[in-house]
Write a protein that binds this ligand. Structure first.
Ligand code: NAI
Length: 331
């Protein structure tokens, strides 16, 4: 099938291209992000393949439907950027990649945590300048500390198991507790107890109306003073302004982000020679105890292979009229 792949980067060409040898679709790799302005690039393509920061709200869905698109094959797990109801109304099938290497994101969350605790981001720059002093690089260590995991799905479980291996005490909050994890020593508590008692809070729940700004000013005030906050899930889980205040008051001891509420149009782009207008992001970057990566949690070879294969398998099933392996729930 003819597939318009939006927000295409080098790795999309490489991994989707390699997996497509088994599927034989006609892939058009389009660099622009999908927006109402760029949607015309998909005119006549029955399948559109968006990524996480593409805009697939109702106006874009309507525009695509008017010009012949019949399937949205998301190459991401998350689908909150898509108006699934509008797509259903227009008879557009929507699939996603519900599961791929949860270890990729879990390990990235741990990488942020270890780097922040041992100040690796600062040590790296210092040593390169010939500054071998240890002042300001004191870590607190993770063994014996309490780590709170919000959301114990595939990624949260992988994260919890890694930190259990470090000798951490692990608390979790999830409306659907996991018995296996309980058996491994994780204690489920309510969100307030988790925030009050955790030295590290790591977010692994999806972004929904119920979790939007889960970490707001009240949550920051509830957190244990000096606690670390790690968000590799979705930017909208965190009220960034409240977290900036929490960093200024030192209530938050360190912040590791792989996602940011206003990341669309910034993350995945090289803006190093441009003026960045997002004052909140730029303020965050001035804190020595903040480490930000630009949505790279999923970015491992294993994960990219799985994402490419699942995305194309969904398209192949659609082409054959078979039941779709990974439809996005319409509700
Ligand atoms: P999952 O669906 O396996 O697990 C999500 C868990 O969150 C479930 O156990 C669910 O019960 C729980 N949950 C739902 N509402 C909750 C609430 N209000 N409070 C606490 N827990 C709640 O999802 P998975 O694969 O573990 O992914 C988690 C998130 O990671 C995704 O939603 C996505 O936003 C993010 N992600 C980030 C990536 C990155 O590159 N940084 C890549 C892939 C996913």
């Amino acid at each position: 099938m003819r597939v318009a792949v939006f927000s295409a980067k080098r790795h999309d060409v490489d991994f989707l291209g390699a997996a497509n040898a088994r599927h034989g679709h006609e892939l058009a790799f389009l660099e622009p992000r999908l927006t109402l302005e760029t949607a015309s690039l998909a005119d006549g393509f029955p399948v559109v393949c968006p990524f996480v920061n593409d805009e697939v709200g109702e106006p874009v869905v309507e525009r695509l439907a008017d010009r012949g698109t019949r399937m949205l094959a998301l190459r991401s797990a998350g689908f909150t950027h898509v108006d699934v109801k509008a797509a259903a109304r227009r008879g557009i099938a929507v699939t996603h990649v519900p599961a791929y290497s949860p270890y990729a994101v879990a390990e990235h969350a741990v990488a942020l945590l270890l780097a922040l605790d041992r100040k690796i981001h600062r040590a790296y720059v210092r040593v390169r300048e010939g500054n071998f002093a240890l002042d300001g690089l004191l870590g607190s260590g993770l063994h014996g500390r309490t780590v709170g995991v919000v959301g114990t799905g595939a990624i949260g479980r992988a994260f919890a198991r890694i930190v259990l291996g470090f000798g951490c005490r692990v608390l979790a909050f999830d409306p659907m507790p996991n018995d296996a994890l309980r058996g491994e020593g994780v204690r489920y508590v309510d969100i307030d107890e988790l925030l009050q008692t955790s030295d590290v809070v790591s977010l692994h729940c999806p972004l929904t109306p119920a979790t939007h700004h889960l970490i707001d000013a009240r949550a920051v005030a509830t957190m244990k003073p000096g606690a670390f906050l790690i968000n590799t899930s979705r930017g909208g889980l965190v009220d960034t302004a409240a977290v900036v205040e929490g960093l200024k008051s030192e209530r938050i001891g360190a912040l590791g982000l792989d996602v940011y509420e206003e990341e669309a149009g910034l993350f995945f782009e090289d803006l190093s020679a441009r003026i960045i207008l997002d004052d909140v992001l730029m303020r965050l970057l001035t804190f020595p105890n903040v480490l930000i990566t630009a949505h790279q949690g999923f970015f491992t070879e294993e994960a990219l292979r799985e994402i490419a294969e699942t995305t194309l398998a969904n398209i192949t099933a659609f082409e054959r009229g078979d039941p779709l392996p990974d439809p996005v729930p319409a509700g």
